[in-house]
Design a protein around this ligand. Structure first.
Ligand code: SAM
Length: 247
């Protein structure tokens, strides 16, 4: 009888690899000192490619925990192909956005500098760490990737030919999101999509025109109230998942 999994860890190594895995200092500290794991503790491992494997702690040293990799318990699955392009916001709410976007199934995150973006630097390693922690908690089998911040003009200039844009425009002129998405695509075999969310100060008129002019853009409203950027991102992802994703 397989032991009840007590912790899930994202690792960069291949699975099952050699069958014996020594964790790095950070994950060893987390398991041994924070989660008080000991010999015999059951852990699930995933790396975004090889599915999920059951493992157990076999050695606990001060700075290193060693695991024995046992059997595969889940086949690898992919998340829907949904990017989130967002104007970065202040640290605490950016952590929140990265965690919730991961739980809601986003596959890729792109911080976008717009003219009213108030943040001039994004700690992408922090974005990644929040995404890993959320992926471990929500039992995803992969972690959303993320890019370095990019200016809106460049993002649109280099936009992938086949990727649709769900443009959340707070000027409320768009169709309701569900209607707009169902008109633009089919749940059975959706195209690749991206959601674009502006900064706390919103998009300026030039930016609004630029995004609307893109041939892949579908303008949507997220209802009659003006949502904060992180709230808008969560609402938009939920609406997309319900209309075209895996909900
Ligand atoms: N300009 C306003 C302001 O300064 O309060 C609102 C900006 S809003 C806080 C940030 C972003 O969330 C917007 O750029 C838009 O992408 C999205 N958003 C917020 N409410 C929305 C709504 N009701 N419909 C569509 N998008 C919305």
């Amino acid at each position: 009888m397989a032991k009840k999994i007590q912790h899930r860890l994202f690792i960069e190594d291949s699975l099952p690899g050699s069958g014996i895995l020594s964790l790095g200092q950070e994950q060893s500290h987390y398991l041994a000192n924070v989660m008080r794991a000991n010999v015999g503790t059951a852990v699930a491992l995933f790396n975004g490619k090889d599915g999920e494997w059951a493992a157990e702690v076999i050695v606990v040293k001060k700075r290193e925990v060693t695991l024995k990799v046992n059997e595969k318990i889940r086949e690898q699955t992919a998340e829907p192909d949904l990017w989130l392009a967002f104007a970065p916001i202040k640290k605490a709410r950016l952590d929140f956005m990265a965690q919730k976007a991961t739980e809601l199934g986003v596959s890729h995150m792109i911080p976008v500098y717009t003219r009213r973006t108030i943040v001039d630097r994004v700690k992408t390693d922090r974005l990644r760490a929040n995404a890993v922690e959320a992926a471990e908690q929500c039992e995803r089998l992969n972690v959303p990737t993320s890019d370095e911040p990019v200016k809106l003009e460049k993002l649109l200039a280099d936009w992938p030919e086949d990727r649709m844009i769900m443009f959340c425009d707070e000027d409320l002129s768009g169709d309701s999101a569900h209607t707009a998405l169902e008109k633009a695509d089919r749940k059975e075999n959706p195209k690749p999509w991206a959601i674009i969310i502006g900064p706390e100060g919103g998009f300026d008129d030039d930016e609004r025109r630029m995004i609307r002019a893109h041939k892949n853009t579908v303008v949507v409203s997220l209802g009659p109230r003006v949502l904060r950027a992180d709230t808008a991102a969560m609402a938009a992802i939920s609406l997309w998942q319900s209309a075209l994703g895996d909900w």
